[in-house]
Design a binder for this molecule. Sequence first.
Ligand code: PMP
Length: 297
Amino acid sequence: MAQVYDYAYFDGKIGPFREANLSIGSSAVLYGLSVYTVFYVVPDDGRYRVFRLDKHYDRLHASAKIIGLEWPEKLDDDTFRSVMSDLIAANKPTKDVFVRVTLHADGLVPGTRARGVHTQLSAFVYAAEPIVKRDGVRLKTSQWRRVPDISIPSRAKVNGAYVNSVLARQDALDAGYDDCIFLDQAGHVCELSAANIFMVRGGVLVTPDTSSDLLEGINRRAILELAREQGVSVEERTVDLTELYIADEVFVCGTSAFVASVSEIDGRVVGNGKRGPLTQKLTDLHAYELRSADTLL
Ligand code: PMP
Protein backbone atom coordinates (compact mmCIF):
# COMPACT_ATOMS: atom_id res chain seq x y z
CA MET A 1 0.00 0.00 0.00
CA ALA A 2 0.98 3.61 -0.49
CA GLN A 3 2.73 5.41 2.36
CA VAL A 4 0.30 5.88 5.27
CA TYR A 5 0.76 8.96 7.45
CA ASP A 6 1.29 8.67 11.20
CA TYR A 7 -1.98 10.01 12.59
CA ALA A 8 -5.47 8.62 12.21
CA TYR A 9 -8.89 9.61 13.53
CA PHE A 10 -10.44 6.81 15.56
CA ASP A 11 -12.56 6.45 18.69
CA GLY A 12 -13.44 10.15 18.63
CA LYS A 13 -9.86 11.45 18.64
CA ILE A 14 -6.69 11.77 16.63
CA GLY A 15 -3.98 9.29 17.61
CA PRO A 16 -1.31 7.01 16.17
CA PHE A 17 -2.45 5.12 13.05
CA ARG A 18 -1.02 1.84 14.36
CA GLU A 19 -3.22 2.02 17.47
CA ALA A 20 -6.43 2.59 15.49
CA ASN A 21 -7.71 -0.99 15.36
CA LEU A 22 -11.07 -2.73 15.20
CA SER A 23 -11.98 -5.87 17.12
CA ILE A 24 -11.94 -9.21 15.30
CA GLY A 25 -15.46 -9.61 16.73
CA SER A 26 -16.88 -6.45 15.15
CA SER A 27 -19.47 -6.56 12.37
CA ALA A 28 -17.12 -4.44 10.29
CA VAL A 29 -14.55 -7.23 10.32
CA LEU A 30 -16.95 -10.19 10.33
CA TYR A 31 -19.33 -8.98 7.59
CA GLY A 32 -17.56 -6.06 5.89
CA LEU A 33 -20.27 -3.91 7.46
CA SER A 34 -18.81 -0.45 6.92
CA VAL A 35 -19.29 2.35 4.40
CA TYR A 36 -16.55 4.63 3.18
CA THR A 37 -15.32 7.37 0.93
CA VAL A 38 -11.92 8.61 -0.27
CA PHE A 39 -11.23 12.27 -0.96
CA TYR A 40 -8.30 14.10 -2.50
CA VAL A 41 -6.26 16.78 -0.76
CA VAL A 42 -3.78 19.22 -2.29
CA PRO A 43 -1.43 21.28 -0.10
CA ASP A 44 -1.62 24.98 -0.94
CA ASP A 45 0.60 27.46 0.83
CA GLY A 46 0.20 26.08 4.35
CA ARG A 47 -3.44 25.15 3.88
CA TYR A 48 -5.21 22.27 2.12
CA ARG A 49 -7.58 22.25 -0.81
CA VAL A 50 -10.19 19.50 -0.90
CA PHE A 51 -12.28 18.62 -3.92
CA ARG A 52 -16.01 18.49 -3.13
CA LEU A 53 -15.75 17.50 0.54
CA ASP A 54 -19.45 18.25 0.99
CA LYS A 55 -20.34 15.64 -1.65
CA HIS A 56 -18.19 13.05 0.12
CA TYR A 57 -20.03 13.76 3.38
CA ASP A 58 -23.40 13.49 1.62
CA ARG A 59 -22.50 10.21 -0.09
CA LEU A 60 -21.12 8.65 3.08
CA HIS A 61 -24.34 9.60 4.84
CA ALA A 62 -26.41 8.20 1.95
CA SER A 63 -24.42 4.95 1.98
CA ALA A 64 -25.05 4.52 5.71
CA LYS A 65 -28.75 5.24 5.20
CA ILE A 66 -29.09 2.67 2.42
CA ILE A 67 -27.40 -0.03 4.49
CA GLY A 68 -29.24 0.98 7.67
CA LEU A 69 -26.14 1.86 9.68
CA GLU A 70 -26.59 4.20 12.63
CA TRP A 71 -25.23 7.66 11.81
CA PRO A 72 -23.27 9.07 14.79
CA GLU A 73 -25.53 11.62 16.47
CA LYS A 74 -23.09 14.52 16.48
CA LEU A 75 -21.63 13.97 13.02
CA ASP A 76 -23.09 16.88 11.07
CA ASP A 77 -21.25 18.31 8.06
CA ASP A 78 -19.46 21.00 10.10
CA THR A 79 -18.14 18.45 12.60
CA PHE A 80 -17.07 16.20 9.73
CA ARG A 81 -15.20 19.05 8.14
CA SER A 82 -13.42 20.07 11.34
CA VAL A 83 -12.41 16.46 12.11
CA MET A 84 -10.91 16.18 8.62
CA SER A 85 -9.18 19.52 8.98
CA ASP A 86 -7.62 18.47 12.33
CA LEU A 87 -6.54 15.11 10.91
CA ILE A 88 -4.81 16.67 7.92
CA ALA A 89 -3.19 19.34 10.09
CA ALA A 90 -1.85 16.64 12.45
CA ASN A 91 -0.17 14.84 9.55
CA LYS A 92 1.08 17.98 7.77
CA PRO A 93 1.41 16.40 4.31
CA THR A 94 3.59 18.36 1.90
CA LYS A 95 2.44 16.31 -1.11
CA ASP A 96 -1.00 15.42 -2.47
CA VAL A 97 -2.77 12.83 -0.34
CA PHE A 98 -5.94 10.81 -0.16
CA VAL A 99 -8.04 10.60 2.99
CA ARG A 100 -10.00 7.42 3.53
CA VAL A 101 -13.00 7.89 5.80
CA THR A 102 -15.00 4.91 7.00
CA LEU A 103 -18.06 4.49 9.16
CA HIS A 104 -17.65 1.06 10.77
CA ALA A 105 -20.26 -1.07 12.47
CA ASP A 106 -17.93 -1.80 15.38
CA GLY A 107 -20.49 -3.48 17.66
CA LEU A 108 -19.37 -6.98 18.73
CA VAL A 109 -20.92 -10.16 17.23
CA PRO A 110 -24.51 -8.93 17.02
CA GLY A 111 -25.37 -11.27 14.13
CA THR A 112 -26.42 -10.18 10.65
CA ARG A 113 -28.16 -6.91 11.29
CA ALA A 114 -27.36 -3.22 10.88
CA ARG A 115 -29.73 -1.22 13.03
CA GLY A 116 -28.90 -0.99 16.70
CA VAL A 117 -25.25 -1.88 16.08
CA HIS A 118 -22.78 0.71 17.38
CA THR A 119 -20.87 2.60 14.70
CA GLN A 120 -17.83 4.80 14.68
CA LEU A 121 -15.91 6.90 12.22
CA SER A 122 -12.29 6.35 11.27
CA ALA A 123 -10.06 8.28 8.88
CA PHE A 124 -6.47 8.07 7.78
CA VAL A 125 -4.22 9.78 5.27
CA TYR A 126 -2.07 8.16 2.56
CA ALA A 127 0.01 9.17 -0.43
CA ALA A 128 -2.09 9.97 -3.51
CA GLU A 129 -0.88 7.22 -5.82
CA PRO A 130 -3.28 6.63 -8.73
CA ILE A 131 -4.83 3.15 -9.01
CA VAL A 132 -4.39 3.09 -12.79
CA LYS A 133 -1.86 4.78 -15.07
CA ARG A 134 -2.99 8.09 -16.54
CA ASP A 135 -2.54 7.06 -20.15
CA GLY A 136 -3.24 3.93 -22.15
CA VAL A 137 -5.22 1.89 -19.62
CA ARG A 138 -6.05 -1.61 -20.88
CA LEU A 139 -9.37 -3.04 -19.76
CA LYS A 140 -10.84 -6.54 -19.73
CA THR A 141 -14.54 -7.27 -19.43
CA SER A 142 -15.11 -9.33 -16.32
CA GLN A 143 -17.00 -12.61 -16.20
CA TRP A 144 -18.06 -11.50 -12.71
CA ARG A 145 -21.18 -9.31 -12.93
CA ARG A 146 -21.64 -6.10 -10.93
CA VAL A 147 -23.65 -6.61 -7.75
CA PRO A 148 -27.14 -5.41 -8.68
CA ASP A 149 -29.14 -2.81 -6.78
CA ILE A 150 -31.39 -5.62 -5.55
CA SER A 151 -28.45 -7.50 -3.97
CA ILE A 152 -25.81 -5.09 -2.66
CA PRO A 153 -26.50 -1.63 -4.08
CA SER A 154 -23.48 -0.21 -5.92
CA ARG A 155 -24.90 3.24 -5.18
CA ALA A 156 -23.82 2.67 -1.58
CA LYS A 157 -20.08 2.51 -1.01
CA VAL A 158 -20.09 -0.58 1.20
CA ASN A 159 -16.80 -2.18 2.18
CA GLY A 160 -18.06 -5.76 1.89
CA ALA A 161 -19.26 -5.18 -1.67
CA TYR A 162 -15.68 -4.55 -2.73
CA VAL A 163 -15.12 -8.32 -2.80
CA ASN A 164 -16.99 -8.02 -6.11
CA SER A 165 -14.41 -5.48 -7.32
CA VAL A 166 -11.49 -7.57 -6.06
CA LEU A 167 -12.71 -10.66 -7.93
CA ALA A 168 -13.08 -8.78 -11.20
CA ARG A 169 -9.92 -6.68 -11.00
CA GLN A 170 -7.72 -9.59 -9.92
CA ASP A 171 -9.01 -11.57 -12.86
CA ALA A 172 -8.11 -8.66 -15.20
CA LEU A 173 -4.65 -8.31 -13.60
CA ASP A 174 -4.01 -12.05 -13.94
CA ALA A 175 -4.82 -11.76 -17.64
CA GLY A 176 -2.29 -8.92 -18.02
CA TYR A 177 -4.79 -6.02 -18.10
CA ASP A 178 -4.90 -2.94 -15.86
CA ASP A 179 -8.50 -3.15 -14.70
CA CYS A 180 -11.88 -4.71 -15.39
CA ILE A 181 -15.13 -3.53 -16.95
CA PHE A 182 -18.18 -4.65 -15.02
CA LEU A 183 -21.40 -5.52 -16.84
CA ASP A 184 -24.79 -5.68 -15.15
CA GLN A 185 -27.10 -8.70 -15.15
CA ALA A 186 -28.45 -7.75 -18.60
CA GLY A 187 -24.95 -7.31 -20.07
CA HIS A 188 -24.84 -3.50 -20.07
CA VAL A 189 -21.76 -1.56 -19.03
CA CYS A 190 -21.57 -0.40 -15.38
CA GLU A 191 -18.13 0.80 -14.33
CA LEU A 192 -14.64 -0.40 -13.37
CA SER A 193 -13.54 -1.89 -10.05
CA ALA A 194 -13.25 1.62 -8.54
CA ALA A 195 -13.84 4.17 -11.30
CA ASN A 196 -16.60 5.32 -13.65
CA ILE A 197 -16.37 5.03 -17.43
CA PHE A 198 -17.08 7.41 -20.33
CA MET A 199 -16.93 7.11 -24.10
CA VAL A 200 -17.03 9.61 -26.96
CA ARG A 201 -19.04 8.62 -30.04
CA GLY A 202 -19.57 11.08 -32.86
CA GLY A 203 -18.70 14.04 -30.62
CA VAL A 204 -21.20 13.02 -27.93
CA LEU A 205 -19.95 12.20 -24.43
CA VAL A 206 -21.75 9.13 -23.11
CA THR A 207 -21.68 7.44 -19.71
CA PRO A 208 -23.86 4.73 -18.14
CA ASP A 209 -26.80 6.28 -16.28
CA THR A 210 -27.14 6.04 -12.51
CA SER A 211 -29.55 3.09 -12.78
CA SER A 212 -26.76 1.00 -14.34
CA ASP A 213 -25.56 -0.51 -11.04
CA LEU A 214 -22.73 1.90 -10.46
CA LEU A 215 -21.37 4.15 -7.77
CA GLU A 216 -22.52 7.71 -8.32
CA GLY A 217 -18.98 9.01 -8.61
CA ILE A 218 -18.22 12.54 -7.51
CA ASN A 219 -15.74 12.88 -10.36
CA ARG A 220 -18.26 11.39 -12.81
CA ARG A 221 -20.62 14.23 -11.92
CA ALA A 222 -17.78 16.79 -12.19
CA ILE A 223 -16.84 15.53 -15.67
CA LEU A 224 -20.46 15.78 -16.85
CA GLU A 225 -20.65 19.35 -15.55
CA LEU A 226 -17.35 20.34 -17.18
CA ALA A 227 -18.40 18.84 -20.51
CA ARG A 228 -21.75 20.66 -20.45
CA GLU A 229 -19.99 23.94 -19.64
CA GLN A 230 -17.87 23.38 -22.77
CA GLY A 231 -21.02 22.94 -24.86
CA VAL A 232 -20.37 19.21 -25.38
CA SER A 233 -23.49 17.05 -25.88
CA VAL A 234 -23.80 14.63 -23.00
CA GLU A 235 -25.84 11.44 -22.64
CA GLU A 236 -26.39 9.39 -19.51
CA ARG A 237 -27.94 6.17 -20.72
CA THR A 238 -27.63 2.41 -21.01
CA VAL A 239 -24.35 1.53 -22.74
CA ASP A 240 -23.60 -1.67 -24.66
CA LEU A 241 -20.14 -3.22 -24.39
CA THR A 242 -19.76 -3.22 -28.18
CA GLU A 243 -20.29 0.55 -28.23
CA LEU A 244 -17.09 0.86 -26.22
CA TYR A 245 -15.29 -1.28 -28.82
CA ILE A 246 -16.14 1.18 -31.60
CA ALA A 247 -15.99 4.43 -29.59
CA ASP A 248 -13.68 7.24 -30.73
CA GLU A 249 -12.42 7.74 -27.18
CA VAL A 250 -12.86 5.99 -23.84
CA PHE A 251 -11.70 7.26 -20.48
CA VAL A 252 -12.28 6.49 -16.82
CA CYS A 253 -12.45 8.73 -13.78
CA GLY A 254 -12.55 8.62 -10.02
CA THR A 255 -10.82 10.09 -6.98
CA SER A 256 -8.05 7.47 -7.06
CA ALA A 257 -8.06 7.02 -10.84
CA PHE A 258 -8.11 10.77 -11.66
CA VAL A 259 -8.92 10.88 -15.41
CA ALA A 260 -7.19 8.14 -17.38
CA SER A 261 -7.42 7.39 -21.09
CA VAL A 262 -8.23 3.84 -22.21
CA SER A 263 -6.26 2.42 -25.13
CA GLU A 264 -7.55 -1.14 -25.32
CA ILE A 265 -10.63 -3.15 -24.36
CA ASP A 266 -10.72 -6.93 -24.68
CA GLY A 267 -7.88 -6.93 -27.21
CA ARG A 268 -9.47 -4.20 -29.37
CA VAL A 269 -7.72 -0.86 -29.82
CA VAL A 270 -9.88 2.10 -28.79
CA GLY A 271 -9.95 4.81 -31.49
CA ASN A 272 -6.39 5.30 -32.67
CA GLY A 273 -5.04 3.93 -29.39
CA LYS A 274 -4.01 7.38 -28.16
CA ARG A 275 -5.58 9.84 -25.73
CA GLY A 276 -8.34 11.59 -27.70
CA PRO A 277 -8.91 15.36 -27.90
CA LEU A 278 -12.03 15.48 -25.68
CA THR A 279 -10.36 13.19 -23.14
CA GLN A 280 -7.39 15.56 -23.10
CA LYS A 281 -9.55 18.62 -22.68
CA LEU A 282 -11.60 17.13 -19.85
CA THR A 283 -8.45 15.78 -18.17
CA ASP A 284 -6.94 19.28 -18.14
CA LEU A 285 -10.13 20.95 -16.91
CA HIS A 286 -10.60 18.31 -14.21
CA ALA A 287 -6.97 18.66 -13.03
CA TYR A 288 -7.49 22.41 -12.78
CA GLU A 289 -10.68 21.88 -10.72
CA LEU A 290 -8.80 19.61 -8.30
CA ARG A 291 -6.00 22.14 -7.77
CA SER A 292 -8.33 25.10 -7.34
CA ALA A 293 -11.00 23.33 -5.23
CA ASP A 294 -12.83 25.88 -3.12
CA THR A 295 -12.91 23.94 0.16
CA LEU A 296 -9.85 25.23 2.01
CA LEU A 297 -8.97 23.51 5.30
N1 PMP B 1 -16.99 3.41 -8.85
C1 PMP B 1 -16.49 2.73 -7.81
C2 PMP B 1 -16.91 1.30 -7.62
C3 PMP B 1 -15.58 3.34 -6.93
O1 PMP B 1 -15.08 2.65 -5.88
C4 PMP B 1 -15.19 4.67 -7.17
C5 PMP B 1 -14.19 5.32 -6.26
N2 PMP B 1 -14.80 5.94 -5.17
C6 PMP B 1 -15.76 5.36 -8.26
C7 PMP B 1 -16.65 4.70 -9.07
C8 PMP B 1 -15.45 6.80 -8.50
O2 PMP B 1 -16.09 7.59 -7.52
P1 PMP B 1 -15.51 9.01 -7.07
O3 PMP B 1 -15.37 9.83 -8.32
O4 PMP B 1 -16.51 9.55 -6.14
O5 PMP B 1 -14.19 8.74 -6.44
